[in-house]
Design a protein around this ligand. Structure first.
Ligand code: B12
Ligand code: SF4
Length: 558
């Protein structure tokens, strides 16, 4: 039967000041570090701890995946049944939670082996700081298979799991990425601050070598989840350009117009080409713009504002990320980099504090120069509140003020991201109109963009009502005109729906005023190949508390 394994993320609640975490470190991507200043217009989404399901799907032993438990639920899980192995996945700011969980395992299940994995495993000396038997630094699937005496080289199994949950804006549910596709981990570029590149040894470990493997797996996942929309979780997807080209060729050959969101760097995007991205069905790209002052190899000699404009003109939503508090940022020059990011006019902008995460070249460098602040607890090492090193020109309080101000300026000058997303969709339709006349594949892509433009249009009354300042009010009016010109009059049914959306936004405003806007991800327990429970009282009690769910599709033996 194999060893009985529990794989768990750290416990919640998240984003609250308590013994184990900080209020700034919320478990949401956009609201944590992208649209956080945009109030009700902020995009709200939850993401699972995907690594756990990938590990579970790729071993032969029975596994329970526990994602986002409370501390109490974690204790209950440990008391419910014995495990041979407990694997804890954590990142650096969740160090204290991982330590507490390991302590609980030792006290409640002293016979269980504890394995630590995820980016927190890179913390120096973690094996002495957290009770454990093994620390897995880097890719975990091969390691776990080897550890369990399985063949590490057997084919990789990709589970069919959603890429995001609980998507809301103004409290209104919205559609977005349906499924997750992970072609591999790591990036060869090795930018000095980059945790993911360094954690995986500045190498790329592919789970799918060829475009064909990627294509057939993407089709299967899309079918399992009933969607054509996938998020590709790969640090720099177009870096494997031949694979991406093969994927595109197969999609066109088989007439399977899937759509993708992804991360990629400017040099890889330019090499693959924006037109090819449209053909591939890319509708969202995360691009590391970083800074005008410190140009990384991937951005050298590139006109980033022109690239962002071009992407948006082709209906591709852009999230541009920037870094504040580089070594030579001063109170006098930092505004220039804030302007650089704002003037890119991306759909979304991330500002992140220059944070030295363990294992990165930046960490080694600052440590060697005695600049790392080891007095700062790891809970604060998340890049949205405190600097984890002694900056020559900014105190922590000044850095917090500048960071908050950068987000506010971006919102004041560029308006809400949701408005920009709608603008990008319209721009895409206009650009593709002409080529779509003679190219049926591009006509399909144009129609896909039109479909999401129609959904954005339902938000028009809400955008009008919640406009942040006179500039946004003017932009909303212009957008309304543009919708009218490009898509024609709004049908009655859509008008009713759009008023419904506004009503939901009103309810959400009230709810936020009364109870705040915190949103915690739901706990999830998934059993992979878990033996059927017996019929005794213990089993009945177990069922009653665990509410087991089926393992994701695409997992053999689930
Ligand atoms: C999805 C994601 C999120 C999601 C949710 C994640 C979650 N449920 O915890 C959201 C958007 C909410 C999020 C939030 C944050 N995140 Co985040 N996030 C990611 C992202 C983009 C993908 C992770 C992923 O699923 N990868 C795919 C899987 C397959 O890979 P993996 O998780 O690394 O797992 C592999 C190995 O690490 C290993 N492994 C992992 N766990 C375990 C466990 C065991 C037992 C074993 C044996 C092996 C093992 O095996 C797996 C297969 O090889 C990564 C960047 C990236 N591209 O990886 C950042 C990343 C993990 N996040 C990071 C950070 C810092 C944060 C935030 C603090 C926000 C911020 N300021 O950046 C918050 C923290 C929220 C909180 N309170 O904890 C950093 C971590 C840095 C570090 N050194 O600790 C990363 C690396 C981004 C970065 N480049 O800096 N994040
Ligand atoms: S290109 Fe992006 S993913 Fe690659 S090393 Fe640089 S920051 Fe990291």
């Amino acid at each position: 039967m194999g060893k009985r394994i529990l794989l768990t993320s750290v416990f919640g609640p998240f984003g609250v000041d308590d013994a184990w975490g900080r209020k700034e470190n919320i478990m949401e991507l956009f609201h944590n570090q992208v649209t956080k200043a945009q109030g009700m217009a902020s995009l709200r989404v939850h993401h699972r701890s995907f690594g756990l399901d990938f590990l579970a799907a790729n071993v032969e032993s029975p596994v329970q995946v526990l994602d986002f438990p409370s501390r109490r639920e974690f204790i209950r899980t440990l008391k419910r049944e014995p495990f041979d192995i407990v694997g804890i996945s954590f990142i650096v700011p969740n160090f204290v939670k991982a330590r507490e969980m390991a302590r609980l395992v030792r006290s409640l299940q002293p016979g269980a082996e504890i394995i630590l994995g995820g980016h927190g495993a890179a913390i120096e000396g973690v094996e002495q700081l957290i009770p454990c038997d093994h620390v897995v630094k880097g890719e975990g699937i091969r390691w776990l298979r080897q550890h369990l005496g399985e063949d590490p080289d057997r084919p990789f199994v990709h589970p069919s799991i959603p890429s995001s949950d609980h998507k809301r804006v103004f409290g209104i549910p919205y559609e977005g990425k349906g499924g997750l596709l992970v072609p591999g981990v790591g990036c060869v570029n090795g930018c000095r601050f980059c945790a993911t590149s360094h954690f995986f040894g500045k190498e790329y470990t592919s789970f799918f070598e060829t475009g064909a493997e990627l294509f057939w797996n993407a089709c299967r996942i899309a079918k399992d989840l009933g969607t054509d929309d996938l998020f590709i979780m790969d640090e720099n997807f177009f870096k494997q350009e031949a694979r991406a080209r093969e994927l595109l060729a197969l999609m066109e050959y088989h007439q399977r117009p899937l759509r993708f969101g992804l991360f990629s760097s400017a040099e890889a995007i330019e090499s693959f080409g924006v037109e090819n991205m449209v053909r591939l069905g890319v509708d969202f790209v995360w691009l590391g713009a970083e800074s005008r002052r410190e140009t990384y190899a991937k951005n050298q000699g590139r006109d980033l504002p022109a690239l962002v404009r071009r992407l948006r003109d082709h209906g591709i939503l852009v999230l541009a990320s920037g870094i504040l508090f580089l070594e030579d940022h001063t109170p006098e020059n930092i505004q220039d980099d804030i302007d650089f990011m704002i003037e890119l006019e991306a759909d979304m902008t991330q500002f992140m504090m220059f944070t030295a995460m363990p294992v990165t070249a930046l960490y080694q460098d600052l440590k060697a120069r005695g600049l790392l602040d080891f007095d700062l607890p790891y809970e604060e090492w998340h890049g949205q509140h405190e600097l984890n090193w002694r900056h020559p020109h900014f105190s922590s309080a000044e850095a917090q003020r500048v960071l908050g101000d950068a987000f506010r300026q971006e919102y004041d000058r560029n308006s809400s991201s949701i408005l920009r997303l709608a603008q990008t969709a319209l721009r895409g339709i206009v650009t593709l109109e002409e080529p779509a006349r003679t190219d049926p594949w591009l006509a399909i892509r144009r129609d896909q963009i039109r479909a999401y433009a129609l959904r954005f249009r339902l938000l028009m009354p809400t955008l009008r009502c919640f406009a942040h300042n006179p500039l946004e009010r003017r932009r909303v009016a212009e957008l309304g005109q543009a919708f009218q010109t490009v898509l024609g009059p709004m049908p009655l049914g859509s008008r009713v729906l759009s008023m419904g959306a506004l009503a939901l936004a009103g309810i959400q405003t009230l709810r936020t005023a009364l109870f705040g806007d915190m949103s915690q991800p739901s706990m999830r327990l998934t059993r992979y190949r878990w033996p059927k429970e017996g019929s005794g009282l213990g089993a009945w009690l177990g069922k009653a508390v665990a509410s087991p769910r089926k393992a994701p599709a695409g997992v053999p033996g689930s």
